[in-house]
Design a protein. Structure first.
Length: 403
């Protein structure tokens, strides 16, 4: 029996911070797992180094489910983003190893392909409506079949989801949290108009998405969803913070605009009511923040029973290791909906070399064994960690709002 002989946590910042777990076995096989929790990276690195790595040495790398249960139940303290991101990294690395040992790409171990590629959505944004429309045109030219649209709300600098200059949108932008302004009234006056402008200019032959980023009350969200119905959105994302899951019943009663939730969820228990009461249409959990491939597959399977489709989170803070894992899972599950995909900055690929490919608006996994991602550790050492926080938002009266 092979055993785990080494597990190392690598923190690197090629373009942005990433935490990666690299596991090595006595047969010399290595596996990678993403452990990046945006703005709280070192908490996961410490959890892994201090409390998980010592438990891995000497274990059988083939026993993925047993290791998952051991780390989840054995900690006594369950769930939470730090714990579940750490478990995810171990789980993903062990699946990578299993694939390499079998000589098979991960999707084969997960039951084989149900589709050739995973349709992705890209992030179009603009400082004003004209800029947004130009950006949508760019994504259409690149062959995207699904596009998310966000424009800066006039009078509220730092609106969520809007890219500055030509680079990728990166919300974790400051060494202490940037304070941004929020006005629900300004947003609700403005957003329906620019989403309508997108449909007027480009028509209905592509999927249009929009992220509300937890900013509204259920009443406001219901009203917005109703106003957007004729635009036939693919989804309205995170209309309201999801701790109060029954609040989605009210949104449902108000509108047929489909709802996507779950990028901040970390376990099946966070999704249970939303899925089993069909209060959402898409579940957005990701491999890295919800306990790895083992646990996310369980969530997707639950969702399938209730005709809830998948739409995993895939912003730049999910490393290419996560993206690879997501694509392998996406092509196998029957209830796949869409995969979020933000291209990483070119410098990120000096460290992480994924083999998935974007063609015709879909990500295609390669046939390389395991995840199909290499990590250049020498290159990683050239990009030391830089403290970076997500912003906070405040209302006009100075009080803190949901960001
Ligand atoms: C999305 C998300 C991101 C998050 C970011 C936080 O839909 O892609 O809302 O933009 O804000 O990933 O780390
Ligand atoms: Mg989002």
């Amino acid at each position: 029996m092979a055993t785990i002989t080494d597990a190392r946590v690598i923190v690197t910042s090629p373009g942005r911070n990433f935490v990666t777990l690299k596991i090595t076995t006595s047969d010399g096989v290595t596996g990678l797992g993403d452990a990046t929790l945006n703005g709280r990276e070192l908490a996961v690195a410490g959890y892994l180094r201090d409390h998980v790595v010592p438990l891995l040495i000497g274990r059988d790398p083939a026993r993925i489910e047993d290791t998952w249960q051991y780390l989840y139940k054995g900690a006594y303290w369950r769930r939470g983003p730090v714990t579940m991101t750490a478990i995810a990294a171990v789980d993903t690395a062990l699946w990578d190893i299993k694939g390499k040992v079998a000589g098979l790409p991960l999707y084969e171990l997960l039951g084989g392909k149900a589709r050739e590629g995973a349709m992705v959505y890209g992030h179009a944004s603009g400082g004003d409506v004209a800029e947004l429309l130009d950006d949508i045109a760019r994504f259409r030219d690149l062959g995207y079949q699904a596009i998310r649209a966000q424009a800066a709300v006039p009078g509220t600098p730092g609106s969520y989801g809007v890219r500055h200059g030509r680079g990728v949108y990166e919300p974790a932008n400051a060494s202490l949290p940037d304070e941004q302004m929020w006005s629900t009234e300004a947003y609700l006056d403005f957003a329906p108009g620019y989403l309508a402008a997108v449909r007027e200019r480009f028509g209905f032959h592509f999927h249009l998405l929009h992220d509300v980023h937890h900013r509204l009350t259920p009443t406001e969200a219901g009203r917005l969803g109703r106003r957007l119905e004729d635009l036939r959105l693919f989804w309205m994302e995170d209309p309201t913070p999801a701790e109060l899951q029954e609040s989605f019943r009210q949104i449902r009663q108000a509108t047929t605009t489909p709802i996507a939730v779950g990028e901040v969820f970390n376990s099946i228990w966070d999704c249970q009511q939303l899925i089993t009461e069909r209060l959402i249409d898409y579940i957005r959990v990701s491999v890295v923040h919800a306990g790895g491939i083992t646990h996310v597959r369980r969530i997707f399977n639950l969702a399938e029973l209730y005709q809830v489709r998948t739409g995993s989170h895939g912003a730049t803070d999910l490393s290419p290791v996560s993206m690879a894992a997501a694509v392998h899972l996406d092509v196998t599950v029957p209830n796949f909906g869409v995969q979020e995909y933000m291209e990483h900055e070119p410098v990120t690929h000096e460290v992480f070399r994924p083999t998935y490919e974007l063609r015709d608006g879909a990500l295609h996994p390669s046939t390389a064994p395991g995840l199909g991602v290499e990590m250049d550790e020498e290159a990683a050492a050239h990009f030391p960690y830089e403290p970076k926080y997500l912003p906070v938002s405040r209302r006009a009266d100075g009080s803190v709002h949901d960001w």
